[in-house]
Design a protein around this ligand. Structure first.
Ligand code: FES
Ligand SMILES: [Fe+2]
Length: 371
């Protein structure tokens, strides 16, 4: 029985999950003593690096009268609002100076905070932690603390290469994510003569298991029509190659392919920018072909093609979604999408009740589809 689902009708707070790290900007775009704008979960941010190159993220609205801070002066430590010159420490957001105060005025400046967010650099990206109750514009609060460090790509040797690519998708985070995990669009969206054609479609069977906050496509020999697999076959016995693909809330897909001492690993995120806008960031690390100088470019070319095909598809899909159509998720090809919605619901429910999260998957499951 097809089940109906209406992800685009969800309210914002069930659409975009707080309490997680999100990728904000590629690290190589953020330079010392420069200010950059970014938006995460409809929160405007100003992002930069201090004198010691440490990244920071502050809400891009002054707690005094809401002036965007990204146009203010920054001395490598404090950020000055361009309206009345209040100054804020960029890491904890604490107000340092209110120029209009006279000596006998005793307002406690240090009790005022601009909203600031935990911020880390990891695998070529600046990550920002968006807490459950975001620092308010007029918040007199210290920044929240992140319970864990920002996610990292799994790496299996000291030396490796790293590359990233990004694409903006004009759809909600939910459509971005289920588009990413959907196995059935491959033969139709990702055709290329050097890759695969519609005729290569065949029946597949994959085992899935629950993991904390997500699910795993259990270690298996990758399907013969996947690109990394084709490359890896040049290095290793087909039987020795295995791959694991995980999805974990709120938005992370990791893929690890190992063949003896060689490995390829990626961490892809779909980041909610606003209700109808998300961004996909693919970051890959590998120790294959390290000696081949153009390999990062080749990988970027191959992955870039896929991501561009997905982006174009979602851009067109957004046209159809404007009319608010009824949607459906069908077994088994859409089962991962259902788990995603169930995981989100379970996460929100556990936050509401304070009870441990109840995983929607009872145990390992085998799914079959043609792709
Ligand atoms: S609005 Fe920022 S100092 Fe007044
Ligand atoms: Fe795709």
């Amino acid at each position: 029985m097809p089940e109906l689902d209406l992800p685009q009708r969800q309210a914002t707070d069930t659409l975009m999950l707080t309490g997680f790290w999100y990728r904000a900007l590629p690290a190589d775009r953020v330079h010392r003593n420069q200010l950059h704008k970014a938006t995460l979960l409809e929160i405007p941010l100003v992002i930069g690096r201090d004198r010691a190159n440490q990244p920071f993220a502050v809400r891009d609205a002054c707690p005094h009268r809401g002036m965007p801070l990204n146009g203010g002066r920054f001395d490598g430590e404090n950020l000055e609002c361009p309206y009345h010159g209040w100054q804020f420490d960029v890491h904890d957001g604490q107000c340092q100076l209110i120029p209009s105060l006279t000596h006998d005025q005793t307002l406690k400046v240090d009790r005022i905070y601009a909203g600031s967010y935990p911020c880390e650099e990891q695998d070529d990206f600046i990550w920002v932690f968006i807490p459950d109750s975001p620092p308010q514009g007029a918040g007199f609060t210290k920044p929240a603390e992140a319970p864990d460090p920002a996610p990292q790509i799994a790496k299996f040797s000291d030396k490796y290469k790293l590359a990233y690519l990004q694409a903006d998708m004009p759809v909600s985070i939910d459509h971005g994510i289920i588009g990413l995990m959907d196995p059935a669009h491959g033969p139709f969206v990702h055709q290329a003569w050097w890759w695969r054609t519609q005729h290569s479609i065949h029946e597949k069977q994959k085992n899935f298991e629950p993991i904390p906050n997500g699910f795993r496509m259990s270690a298996h020999t990758p399907s013969s029509n996947s690109a990394p697999y084709k490359l890896l076959r040049l290095y290793a016995d087909a039987d020795s190659i295995n791959t694991t693909i995980d999805f974990i809330l709120p938005n992370i897909r990791t893929e690890t392919i190992r063949a003896g001492k060689y490995w390829f690993s990626s961490l892809t995120t779909v980041t909610p920018i606003s209700r109808n806008q998300c961004r996909i960031d693919v970051v890959a690390a590998w120790n294959l072909f390290r000696w081949v100088p153009f390999m990062p470019e080749l990988l970027k070319f191959v992955f870039g093609k896929f991501v561009e095909q997905d982006r174009r598809t979602m851009e067109t899909q957004a046209e159809g979604l404007k009319h608010n159509p009824h949607l459906m998720l069908i077994d088994d090809a859409d089962r991962p999408a259902k788990w995603y919605f169930q995981l989100k619901a379970a996460y929100l429910e556990s936050k509401r009740t304070g009870e441990p999260m109840r995983h929607p998957m009872p145990g390992p499951v085998t799914l079959k589809w043609r792709s």
